[in-house]
Design a protein around this ligand. Sequence first.
Ligand SMILES: [Zn+2]
Length: 63
Amino acid sequence: MAVPKRKTSKSKSASRKAQNTKKPIARASSSCSQCGAPVQSHHACASCGYYNGRQVLTVVAED
Ligand SMILES: [Zn+2]
């Protein structure tokens, strides 16, 4: 069975694991047609609750 020749360094494993970090909000790819807020595609809008031109969620005010 093949065995690694060298121990994986802390730097090498840390730089590999750096690829798994969660990216800061770059996933908002489209905007809501109702209110214009950035929404994830195929998800209901979090700020107005609309999806595909109709209201699907009841949005409760936070304050
Ligand atoms: Zn919206």
